[in-house]
Design a protein around this ligand. Structure first.
Ligand code: HSE
Length: 313
């Protein structure tokens, strides 16, 4: 990807940044996709003085201090690559609840990187934007992972082959619809990561990488049967499922309602399912609602297809 010459624009740039689903069941930290909705709205302008100002229009109580804010971390990282620091005024209206497991921090980070790049005359490559956005993810979860920010910036389904050096591939896919349920319980990504054993048995690793290869091949070949068979996680889901009330009953009713398969979205607590059609995804949504209505835990559900990632609006 090429660098473009720098020329700054003085207008305000507004972008929409969608929710993302990371891991895609068997691809912990490497696979992810962009939803069409929900999406955050973020506006960014250049300032004459080298300061960063952040305003949050939503009610999520996110810090306005740039040193504690994900967007501030991304802007600081961009500034380090510029010959002289520039100032930014950032206004964020988040629709993706922080801690939901559908890439709320990634949407903030990706939106900031893309909007700043437009203001700065598209001087950075998409790989560089993903790298800046990962600096925001580090602030959010302590981990430099790209499986949310890469699909948020590139759209579609992505495979992060390596983070350092960054090597991200876009994977072709057939029509797919996602049903997502977001139970209103808190699961911190940092905690959901810290409970994972650092060791994996060779036997399970073999089963897992067979599924990753099967899923990627199924997506390439539009083979829904292969996609469905590959949507099994032998490593992370067994350790994290206890964080999500009624996870296995939920999964069962979704499969009974015709979902291809699914699992925990990112670090949770959201759970997602793939379906071949929007009608099937809506039937899966009804099934999810019935299971969760019995728990007394408030929740939201979404049906979405796979989206284009961050767009200027
Ligand atoms: N791959 C990350 C994890 C995604 O599962 O911890 C976090 O959204």
């Amino acid at each position: 990807m090429e660098r473009h010459p720098t020329h700054m624009t003085s207008t305000t740039v507004t972008v929409s940044a969608p929710a993302t689903v990371a891991n895609l069941v068997c691809g912990f930290d490497i696979l992810g996709l962009a939803l069409e909705s929900p999406a955050d709205i973020l506006s960014l302008s250049l300032l004459d003085e080298p300061v960063i100002r952040i305003r949050n229009l939503d009610d999520f109580g996110l810090p306005a201090d740039p040193e504690k804010n994900i967007c501030g971390a991304v802007l600081a990282s961009i500034n380090r690559q510029l010959p002289s620091h520039v100032g930014f005024d950032l206004v964020q209206d988040k629709r993706i609840k922080p801690g939901s497991g559908i890439g709320s921090s990634a949407a903030s980070a990706a939106a900031t990187a893309v909007a700043a790049n437009i203001l700065l005359g598209n001087r950075f490559t998409q790989s560089e934007l993903i790298s800046f956005a990962m600096d925001g993810e580090v602030l959010a979860s302590g981990a430099r992972h790209a499986d949310n920010v890469a699909p948020c910036i590139l759209g579609g389904i992505t495979l992060v082959r390596t983070v350092d050096p960054l090597d991200v591939l876009s994977i072709p896919f057939p029509p797919l619809y996602l049903t997502v349920i977001h139970p209103h319980i808190e699961v911190k990504t940092s905690e959901a990561r810290s409970l994972l054993s650092p060791e994996v048995s060779l036997k399970l690793a073999v089963k897992q990488w067979a599924n990753v290869a099967g899923l990627v091949t199924g997506l390439h070949q539009s083979d829904y049967g292969l996609i469905a068979r590959s949507l099994e996680d032998f490593i992370v889901e067994p350790q994290r499922s206890k964080l999500i009330p009624n996870f296995y009953p939920l999964k069962k009713v979704c499969l009974d309602a015709g979902a291809l398969g699914g699992g925990i979205s990112g670090a949770g607590p959201s759970v997602f399912m793939f379906s071949e059609t929007r009608e099937r995804a809506s039937a899966v949504e009804d099934a999810m609602k019935q299971v969760y209505a019995r728990t007394g835990i408030p929740f939201l559900t979404y049906v979405s297809t796979i989206g284009k990632g961050v767009v200027q609006v």
